[in-house]
Design a binder for this molecule. Structure first.
Ligand code: ADP
Length: 180
């Protein structure tokens, strides 16, 4: 596990499943506009949370690209889920700003709700086709810019699904250490 600290906030990355992060208050869903169960992250989160999550989400959808909304965690081990709609690479522009908006809004929402820890997947890097290295750079730049403004959030975890994705993330996180 690679870890850095900035402004009293721990930023770490692990290999794992976003639906199995029992020690964080809120997990982020790489959602679709209608907040329905789907493939990848959304499938894993909805499977673990149970059908009540989809029912609650009906009242929150649709959401716009770059937006973040919060629901309960239902049968997940987490108090809350924040659903973000990342950009479809090559279609939603400006892609980097829209992706950055997901991370920023999710952090602001968690902070406003007094949540101390949050776990993110690599939003948009699956079905939505965002190149991983570019997406990681956007995620880290955005999170590092946001942490000085956070008062409740004290731990930010990135959960990568594959060993290869984790290696990319760890390398970029280590490069951020000097700037943190
Ligand atoms: P998007 O539609 O935003 O691209 P996906 O769910 O297709 O979202 O994928 C986003 C990233 O999450 C991909 O890198 C994918 O490998 C990864 N991923 C898929 N399932 C999980 C999971 N259960 N936990 C963490 N990451 C996952």
């Amino acid at each position: 596990m690679a870890v850095i600290q900035k402004s009293g906030v721990i930023i770490e990355c692990v290999r794992g499943d976003i639906a199995h992060q029992p020690d964080v208050d809120v997990v982020v869903n790489a959602a679709n506009a209608w907040l329905r169960p789907g493939a990848g992250v959304a499938g894993a989160i909805h499977r673990a949370a149970g059908p009540e999550l989809a029912r609650e989400c009906e009242g929150l959808a649709p959401i716009a690209v770059g937006e973040a909304v919060m629901s309960g965690g239902h049968r997940l081990p987490n108090r809350k889920v924040i659903h973000c709609l990342g950009p479809v690479y090559g279609a939603d522009e400006p892609a980097a700003e829209l992706l950055a908006s997901c991370y920023r809004k999710a952090l602001q929402l968690a902070d406003r709700c007094g949540l101390a820890s949050i776990a993110f997947p690599a939003i948009s890097t699956g079905v939505f086709g965002y190149p991983l290295r570019d997406a990681v750079a956007v995620a880290l730049t955005t999170v590092l810019a946001e942490v000085p403004q956070l008062s409740a959030v004290r731990r930010i975890r990135f959960v990568l699904f594959s060993a290869g994705d984790l290696a990319v993330f760890e390398q970029q996180l280590a490069e951020c250490e000097g700037q943190a």
